[in-house]
Design a binder for this molecule. Structure first.
Ligand code: ADP
Ligand code: MG
Length: 542
């Protein structure tokens, strides 16, 4: 037997669970059933891929057993199991991207930590909310049995065991009943039944208690929409997204005919923590006729919609379908196009029917959505329709492009914008003066991605985007123009002299009508990169 230490992030999360701040402790069972279900999915998939694998997949199931006298509760599956290395890696460490960030945020805002748990999803460790010791016995089809045990303090023990059954069993040694937490009696069958019904009813594998199946096992996306409650959708969303919050919006789609499929997609109320990390995952799972095929299916959802979670169940694919096949499949490409359009149109209808929810969603994932302005040219207009931007029109409210246009002044031809590091920096820029004097509204773009899309997207509703920091912002009437030309000839000598004196640093010196209070400002050429973009490129080492 070996005694090993938890990785330090894992230790911190365990402490969090032991001194649990999360009020709804029943959810530990949902996490264990969810893991068991994933393990059964994986074993079935393996058995399709590897015909020689010597395991029995005829009766895949989950069993819950309780022993009131010993105060133990066991969740057992005959799924894929884990090797010794798997156990050390998967249970002893937290490899999830975003962990460090999550822990940092936790330290910073102690009071709302249960919301943060929602974003992170603690999974297996949630057992320690209700147990003071957890024993896990597991066996992978190609390996010997392993027994893991821990009290959730800094270490765990691990040892090889003879004749462990195929799959995994997790036994919780429940905290004493007089514990100050006043936990319900989780050994009580009625309690177990209630929790499974509430949180795990849709699990496709049988969940058994005392020889009886206690879940209805109906795939939500295959049931008529009118028969599925919001709570059921929310639980299913939690199962697939590992998010502990309810989704902001549920989207259902169905196609019949030559290529039949059903989709159940969700928009999150909070951005996943890894949304802007390099290895962030996409959230759509592929099923074929109710059988789980793969997670994180990039062929079904573009990267800029990586915050969308859900399931697509296609009737006419082979169970052996691989990523390579998916990439080349015309039907899959068509389906992806329809899914994207549906997601974008759902966000658009949120915008009009539930503006507060739309604003919340935009605040969480807007910066990711804007990446689509560059990568998804076909849907550019649909994306622009659902974008919101800060603007000089309001200190606090964002504006859509349509409302910007509706406020455009007589004679204004362009949608003016300025990019920069912050609202204050933009507002104090000398470039803004002339626009302010004219009463023209300017969009204030401060996300790094804004620098990129403004270069790629020429117009919206036939109105050209115009940076106030670039080239000649054409604000003058004919009269003003001839007055300006006169002035320029008056100052010609001065301008020539300044031009040569500053030749090292600027291309040209010209008289400006855009300034009202500042004496001078530096502008970029139409095709120059902006200062912020220049900084970004430098930061990326270019
Ligand atoms: P998540 O489910 O979000 O990955 P968990 O903490 O719930 O996180 O589980 C961590 C990992 O441990 C799982 O991804 C899985 O690889 C492994 N695991 C947990 N429970 C089981 C199980 N019953 N059978 C096989 N593997 C399991
Ligand atoms: Mg889990």
């Amino acid at each position: 037997m070996e005694t090993l230490e938890f990785q330090s992030e894992a230790r911190q999360l365990l402490q969090l669970m032991i001194h649990s701040i999360y009020s709804n402790k029943d959810t530990f069972l949902r996490e264990l059933v969810s893991n068991a279900s994933d393990a059964l999915d994986k074993l079935r998939l393996e058995s399709f891929r590897d015909k020689d694998m010597d395991v029995d997949v005829d009766d895949l199931h989950i069993v819950i057993e309780s022993d009131p006298a010993a105060r133990t509760l066991t969740v057992r599956d005959n799924g894929i199991g884990m090797t010794r290395e798997d156990v050390v890696r998967l249970i002893g460490t937290i490899a999830k991207s975003g962990t460090a960030e999550f822990l940092k945020q936790l330290k910073e805002q102690q009071q709302s930590s249960s919301d943060l748990i929602g974003q992170f999803g603690i999974g297996f460790y949630s057992s320690f909310m209700v147990a003071d010791k957890v024993t896990l016995v597991t066996r992978h089809p190609h390996a010997g049995g392993v027994r893991w045990e821990s009290t959730g303090e800094s270490t765990y023990t691990i040892e090889d065991v003879e004749d462990a059954p195929q799959g995994t069993s997790v036994t919780l040694h429940l905290k004493p009943s007089d514990d100050e937490d006043k936990l319900p009696d989780y050994t009580e069958p009625a309690k177990i039944r209630e929790i499974v019904k509430r949180y795990s009813d849709f699990i496709t594998w049988p969940v058994r208690l005392g020889g009886e199946d206690i879940n209805s096992r109906k795939a939500l996306w295959a049931r008529p929409a009118s028969e599925v409650s919001e709570e059921e959708y929310a639980e299913f969303y939690r199962h697939i997204s590992h998010d502990w919050n309810a989704p902001l919006e549920t989207i259902r789609m169905q196609a019949e005919g030559a290529f039949e499929y059903q989709a159940l997609l969700f928009l999150p109320a909070q951005a996943p923590l890894d949304l802007f990390m390099r290895d962030s995952r996409r959230g759509v799972q592929l099923y074929v006729k109710r059988v789980f095929i793969m997670d994180d299916c990039a062929e079904l959802m573009p990267e800029y919609l990586r915050f969308v979670k859900g399931v697509v169940d296609a009737a006419d694919l082979s169970l052996n379908v691989s990523r390579e096949i998916l990439q080349q499949d015309r039907q899959i490409q068509l389906m992806r196009r329809r899914l994207v359009k549906k997601v974008l149109s759902s966000i658009k209808s949120l915008q009009s029917s539930r503006p507060d929810d739309y604003a919340k969603l935009w605040g969480e994932v807007g910066a990711a959505l804007k990446e689509g302005l560059l990568s998804d040219v076909d849907n550019r207009t649909a994306i622009l329709d659902i974008c919101s931007f800060a603007s000089t029109h309001s200190e606090t409210e964002l504006t859509t492009l349509a409302s910007y246009i509706s406020r455009m002044k007589e004679g204004q031809e362009h949608i003016y914008y300025m990019t920069g590091d912050s609202r204050t920096a933009v507002e104090h820029s000398p470039h803004m003066e002339a626009l302010r004097a004219k009463g023209y509204e300017v969009l204030i773009l401060t996300d790094p991605i804004d620098e990129m899309w403004v270069d790629a997207v020429p117009s919206y509703e036939e109105k050209l985007f115009q940076s106030v920091a670039k080239g000649q912002v054409d604000l003058e009437t004919e009269e003003e123009k001839s007055a300006a030309a006169e002035k320029a000839s008056e100052f010609a000598d001065l301008l020539t002299w300044m031009g040569s004196a500053l030749a090292e640093d600027v291309k040209e010196v010209r008289l400006s009508t855009r300034l009202t209070t500042s004496p001078a400002c530096v502008v970029g050429d139409d095709h120059d990169i902006t200062p912020t973009l220049e900084k970004m490129y430098k930061a990326m080492g270019q």
